[in-house]
Design a protein around this ligand. Structure first.
Ligand SMILES: [Zn+2]
Length: 303
């Protein structure tokens, strides 16, 4: 049946409008997809991220293979915790500043997991970070890495179970001579942490001496012997060193290289790590008792 001329014009106009809208939508989708942080829906069951991970794979450890899509200039934020405990003690200022209440820590981990599940960040272990660094190929624009210093008893009893609940990898900097000392984790607990694929062990020296205040032979003992002790205990390579009080000497890099370390961390505030001078002088970001979840969300928005 032939349509009257006026109706035909409206019909054609309608088709033009609909096709323009469809084209605009397709274009927006293309633009958003090309930004590489927008998940691409391929079918009802599988959501594929820009890194090729499926939603089901989101909690699997990364780093076992080179990512299909690389972000060579990723912002790598390395966070540093010390104590996770209640109540936060009211003694020395430094102890207070280094303590994070359990509830706050759980909030941090929950936020980090949500950010990782929505591909705003990749949260990776320290051993995996080293692989990405060698490849110069990171799985996301924003990479978060978590470290905990000193090996206080709450690392095992307080921090680890919550990190595990949210599948957030942690590296524990352990002082080799304090294993089993009052208030510190035992050798058995460190071995148990090392057995968990989510966790890794770093050396935090033998006796927690300031590396810039001791002789070169003493520094060598602190750096090399702690590695041997912790590797014997865990049966795994200990490839990262954490400077006690963040202090490195003029000899530290040379000794670390000779003893076979890949990376070393200071306590200098700095993020991302591309601002660090060398692989033995890596900045970290301190987490305070008052650090809010929004702090992590803001860093994840960095492009
Ligand atoms: Zn320390």
């Amino acid at each position: 049946m032939k349509q009257p001329k006026g109706q035909r014009r409206i019909h054609v106009l309608g088709i033009t409008l609909v096709s323009s809208m469809a084209a605009a939508l397709a274009f927006s989708f293309q633009v958003l997809s090309s930004l590489r942080f927008f998940p691409v829906v391929t079918d009802a069951k599988t959501i594929v991220s820009d890194t090729g991970s499926t939603l089901e794979n989101a909690r699997r450890p990364l780093g076992t293979q080179k990512p299909e899509i690389c972000f060579p200039d990723a912002s790598v934020h390395i966070f540093m915790y010390h104590y996770v405990r209640d109540p936060v003690p009211k003694d020395a200022k430094i102890t207070v500043q280094l303590s994070v209440p359990v509830r706050a820590f759980e909030g941090h981990m929950k936020t980090v997991r949500e950010l990782a599940d929505s591909w705003k960040i990749a949260v990776v272990s320290l051993p995996d970070l080293q692989k990405y660094r060698e490849w110069n190929c990171y799985p996301n624009r924003n990479v978060f890495v978590f470290t905990d210093d000193d090996g206080w008893i709450d690392a095992y009893a307080g921090l680890a179970p919550i990190a595990k609940k949210y599948a957030v990898p942690f590296s524990f900097g352990i002082i080799a001579s304090r294993l089993g000392a009052p208030g510190f984790v035992s050798a058995k607990e460190v071995a148990a942490l090392a057995r968990d694929p989510l966790f890794s062990i770093a050396s935090h020296s033998v006796s927690h001496s300031d590396q810039d205040a001791i002789s070169e032979p003493a520094e060598r003992r602190e750096i090399c012997e702690s590695k041997i002790i912790l590797e014997r205990l865990t049966g795994k390579p200990v490839a990262a060193f954490v400077y006690p009080a963040g202090r490195m000497s003029v000899n530290s890099s040379k000794i670390l290289r000779e003893c076979g370390y890949d990376l070393a961390f200071t306590t200098h505030y700095g993020a991302p790590w591309k601002e660090s001078k060398t692989r033995y002088d890596i900045n970290r970001t301190r987490v305070y008792p008052e650090t809010k979840n929004a702090f992590f969300e803001k860093l994840a928005d960095f492009r």
